[in-house]
Design a protein around this ligand. Sequence first.
Ligand SMILES: [Mg+2]
Ligand SMILES: [Zn+2]
Length: 216
Amino acid sequence: MKSGEGGNTVLAQKVPLAQCPQAQSRKAVFLDRDGVISRKAPEGDYIKSAPEFEFLPLAGEALALLTAHGYLVIVVTNQRGIARGLMTETDLKAIHDRMTAELAAMGARLDAIYHCPHERGTCNCRKPLTGMFEQARADFPGLEFPSAFVIGDTLVDMEAGSRLGCTNILIGAPSDRDVLVAQATRAGIEVQFVAGSLYEAVTGFVLAGPEREVGD
Ligand SMILES: [Mg+2]
Ligand SMILES: [Zn+2]
């Protein structure tokens, strides 16, 4: 880990989980964690320990489908609770160890998990900045943003994906995402698809092919 002291460039944390020799030719799906794969903590709180981690319905099945179809599956997650002293790197590792073990039992593989542990405005990796995505591109030669998907439940996810030219899929209940899509439009952030769950995003859009575009 490189520290953010002095406002220097800071790299995201990486947990290598599986190296695939075919990485050069694989499409990537970038996933936010909380609110996409797992239940998010109440506003202002964080998932701080492994027992608090809870998968959303069919999230594991959705990730297993991505694995079965040969996608690079990469988690990019802001975890400012570490900078705030509410949890430690060790706590986060325990959460991610549990997540990866339970996913493995379902046939799903995460190729990498990147997290930003930093305070706002102190690094280049906290979404909506793109440091975690850039690190993934460095770690997986051949990963190309124009063919990659970004799946998230907030505007910061969509802003990062939009900056990189990825295809954005916004996850959320219809009432929430209508508000977010309107905000995104005003901010010039492109959201190509909206879906009610990760499973709907994967089956309806990622695996459905490039001809499915919103508004077509
Ligand atoms: Mg989220
Ligand atoms: Zn950061």
